[in-house]
Each structure stands twice: as structure tokens, then as C-alpha cells.
Design a protein around this ligand. Structure first.
Ligand code: GTP
Ligand code: MG
Length: 451
């Protein structure tokens, strides 16, 4: 025998032996204990209503739970889809139900509907994340935790009689791995019976061909297998909602009254409302809760933990060790941190080098500019010096001329004072020479002044 076979045998748990009891022990009351505990604890159930504004979501909820929930009408002008949860405490006999109805307000009202599904998906994920965070807490209190995970999505289809809109297909496809979808044809009283029949077949065909997984009522429990199988064939349910009571015969029934007759909500010949209520609340509510936990939440949890680096076993099928995974993740994180640090350091060095080069270039430019200015300045200085020299020469020349002229003047004056004027003609000549000399002298002085 191989060593591994021996190991397997020694590790295998021994088969439990059947023994008969000598008398009543009492553990047959375990199911009752469970029921009693659950009743004391109460239940929570969360319904998500997705459908166009005014399709009849609130009316159907009121009709289903036979009460009036406070809801406000949505406007047709919301710029995006918004999820509005409202929680109510309901009691029937001694059973408490914490019911949350989440309305996808503004669904289908935007011109661009490409991302209409995203807020819904995000909301569902956020509820899973809240639950996961509670589970991962060291001190967790799942017992009294208000579980807000969506147990069922009632998808309201507009009774066009044609086919599903692409928005419906895209949204259902995005939601089908996250929530139990029950499609329903709303306002079924607005479509004829034969059209409705064809419409149902068409919808189911489109869902199948587009690979949309809707919730199937379970057929593994013998007690409900038969009814659930029959009901699966009736999907999608065509429903009518109304909280108005109308007298039919001598009974008051919930119905919608038209000039040509009355559509009774709870009449199976008129619509599938009773089937929906039966399947959703009376037969499969617990299965919907369980499917949410074991299928949809489990998938979310698995993906999330894998994303965080946790695995059940490594390549050699070693059992999962939280410590090892943590260590591995820590090492990975540290090396990533180091890599990032090194990257940043390198980036910093490059930046400093670049700045240094830029500064050097600027310095060189400044130096060139300075040299250029210096040359211009020297040139200017040289020119001014030349001008000054020229001016000096002119001033000297002027002074010489002035001295000569003064000498001439004094000679002339002297001559006139020595001999009296003989004739008027001589007098005139002397005066004109005098005038000429004065004019030359003024002009020369004026020229020096302007320089
Ligand atoms: P918002 O919350 O504003 O998006 O609307 P809603 O989807 O909650 O629709 P609501 O229940 O407010 O119904 C809108 C209108 O449709 C009301 O006038 C209802 O009386 C009417 N209505 C609701 N259910 C049905 C139905 O089954 N058949 C018909 N013919 N009309 C219905
Ligand atoms: Mg409403």
C-alpha cells in the first residue's frame, strides 16, 4: 500500500455507529427550539423594486403586504438612478418581519441609459460589503446585525406586448449573479390575454437566448417541489396591483374598476398576483434568504477574499493558513512599497537633474545678455568720449576766434577814439564792421550753447 493511502486511512474519521435509544431523551425538540429562537429573533426580508417610473411598484408592494407604505412619487426628471431604501416593522401572528423595500428611483428616465444599472449593482455590493465587514470584525454581532442584503429583485417589465427593452436585458444580466431576480409583467390589465400569453413566451425566450439567469423556485424539497415546478412554468408573472376595494357579488375585493368591468387582483383568471404572493412570501421566502446567503453573498465574499490574496490552498494542495497568507501578503505589500519608494526617489533625482540643467541654461543666457549689454555700453562710452573731445576742440577754436575778435574790436575802438570821423562814409564803414563782428560772435556762442 502506498504511503499516501496509509496516511489517508489513519486521518479518516471513523464511521459513526448507529445505536438505538432505550427511551425518550428529548433532542427531538431541536426543530421546535430552532423555531422558537427564530421567532424571538425575528426575520428580515429585503426587496428591491426595479422598473420604470410609474410602472406600479409602490401599488404592488402595498397590495402584496396588504398595507400602505409611505412612498412618494418619483419625478421623471432625475438625472441618475438613486436607490431609496425604506424599512418597516411588520407583525403577523407572533412573527416579526423587518421588511426593507428598496426603490430604484428614476430608473429608465435618463436619455443616456448606458449606466442605469450601475447604481443598483453598487447598492447590492455595498450591502454585501457591510455584511462581510461585520463578519470580519473581531467582535462581531451577527445575531442582532440588521442584514440589508437584497433577497429578491422584482423586475417590473412594461406591458408592451413586443419584446424586452435592451435596458431590461442589460440590467437583468448585470444583476443575475448578485441577486435573485423574479421578472414580472406590470399592469397586466392593460394587455389582452392572448397578447399576454405570447408576450410571456417571448420574454422567456429572450432571457434564455441572452443567458440571463432568473430565480427558479426550488424543486429539491419534496413538500414544495410540485407547486414550484408548476409556478416556474408561469414565469414571468403578469400582475395587477390595486389597494382599492370593489364590491363583487356580496364581497369586497381588491380590484381595478373600468367602465367595461372589474379586474380582480386576487382572481387567478384575471392575473398572476396570487401566484406571485404565494411564491414570494408564503412558499419561498426562506429559500430566497438562503440563496442570497449561500449563493450570491458567497460569490461576493469569495471574490473579495481572493482579491485580498486569500486562497483555500496553494499549488501543492496545502490547507489554507491565515497566518501564511497574511505573511505572504505583508511581504508582497512591503516589496511593492519599496518598489514605489525607489521609483519616487528616481523620479526625484531626474527632476533635480532637469532643474539643474534648466538653471545652467538660464545662467548662460544671462551671462550672454550681460556681455552684450557691456559691449553696447562700452561703444556708447566711446562715442560720448569722442563727442566730448570734438566739443572741446570746437570750444578752443571758438575761444581763439573770440580772443581775435576782441582784439580786433579793441583796435577798432582805439582807432575811432584817436581820429574824429572825417566823413560819414568812414563812420558808416566802421559801424558795419562792428555789426558784422558782433553777429559772428553771437552765432559762434549760440553754436557752442546748443552743443
Ligand atoms: P414611482 O414610485 O413614481 O416610480 O411609481 P411606481 O412605480 O411606484 O407606480 P405607482 O404604484 O405609484 O403607480 C403609478 C400609477 O399606476 C398609479 O396611478 C397607479 O394607480 C397605477 N397602477 C398601479 N398598478 C397598476 C396596475 O396594475 N394596472 C394599472 N392599469 N394601473 C396601475
Ligand atoms: Mg413608487
Amino acid at each position: 500500500m502506498a504511503a499516501t493511502d496509509l496516511e489517508r486511512i489513519s486521518n479518516a474519521e471513523p464511521e459513526p455507529r448507529s445505536l438505538s435509544l432505550g427511551g425518550h431523551v428529548g433532542f427531538d425538540s431541536l426543530p421546535d427550539q430552532l423555531v422558537s429562537k427564530s421567532v424571538t429573533q425575528g426575520f428580515s426580508f429585503n426587496i428591491l423594486c426595479v422598473g420604470e417610473t410609474g410602472i406600479g411598484k409602490s401599488t404592488l408592494m402595498n397590495t402584496l403586504f396588504n398595507t400602505t407604505f409611505e412612498t412618494e412619487e418619483a419625478s421623471h426628471h432625475e438625472d441618475c438612478v438613486r436607490l431609496r431604501p425604506q424599512t418597516y416593522d411588520l407583525q403577523e401572528s407572533n412573527v416579526h418581519l423587518k421588511l426593507t423595500i428598496v426603490d430604484a428611483v428614476g430608473f429608465g428616465d435618463q436619455i443616456n441609459k448606458d449606466d442605469s444599472y450601475r447604481p443598483i449593482v453598487d447598492y447590492i455590493d455595498a450591502q454585501f460589503e457591510n455584511y462581510l465587514q461585520e463578519e470580519l470584525k473581531i467582535r462581531r454581532s451577527l445575531f442582532d446585525y440588521h442584514d440589508t442584503r437584497i433577497h429578491v429583485c422584482l423586475y417590473f417589465i412594461t406591458p408592451t406586448g413586443h419584446s424586452l427593452k435592451s435596458l431590461d436585458l442589460v440590467t437583468m444580466k448585470k444583476l443575475d449573479s448578485k441577486v435573485n431576480i423574479i421578472p414580472i409583467i406590470a399592469k397586466a390589465d392593460t394587455i389582452s390575454k392572448s397578447e399576454l400569453h405570447k408576450f410571456k413566451i417571448k420574454i422567456m425566450g429572450e432571457l434564455v437566448s441572452n443567458g440571463v439567469q432568473i430565480y427558479q423556485f426550488p424543486t429539491d424539497d419534496e413538500a414544495v417541489a410540485e407547486i414550484n415546478a408548476v409556478m416556474n412554468a408561469h414565469l414571468p408573472f403578469a400582475v395587477v396591483g390595486s389597494t382599492e376595494e370593489v364590491k363583487v357579488g356580496n364581497k369586497l375585493v381588491r380590484a381595478r374598476q373600468y367602465p367595461w368591468g372589474v379586474v380582480q387582483v386576487e382572481n387567478e383568471n384575471h392575473c398572476d398576483f396570487v401566484k406571485l404572493r404565494e411564491m414570494l412570501i408564503r412558499v419561498n421566502m426562506e429559500d430566497l434568504r438562503e440563496q442570497t446567503h449561500s449563493r450570491h453573498y458567497e460569490l461576493y465574499r469569495r471574490c473579495k477574499l481572493e482579491e485580498m490574496g486569500f486562497q483555500d490552498s496553494d499549488g501543492d494542495s496545502q490547507p489554507f493558513s491565515l497566518q501564511e497568507t497574511y505573511e505572504a501578503k505583508r511581504k508582497e505589500f512591503l516589496s511593492e512599497l519599496q518598489r514605489k519608494e525607489e521609483e519616487m526617489r528616481q523620479m526625484f533625482v531626474n527632476k533635480v537633474k532637469e532643474t539643474e540643467l534648466e538653471l545652467k541654461e538660464k545662467e548662460r543666457e544671462l551671462h550672454e545678455k550681460f556681455e552684450h549689454l557691456k559691449r553696447i555700453h562700452q561703444e556708447e562710452k566711446r562715442k560720448v568720449e569722442e563727442k566730448r573731445r570734438e566739443l572741446e576742440e570746437e570750444t578752443n577754436a571758438f575761444n581763439c576766434r573770440k580772443a581775435a575778435m576782441e582784439a580786433l574790436q579793441s583796435q577798432a575802438l582805439h582807432a575811432t577814439s584817436q581820429q574824429p570821423l572825417r566823413k560819414d562814409k568812414d563812420k558808416k564803414n566802421i559801424l558795419s564792421i562792428w555789426g558784422l563782428l558782433t553777429a559772428v560772435g553771437v552765432k559762434a556762442l549760440g553754436h557752442v550753447g546748443s552743443q
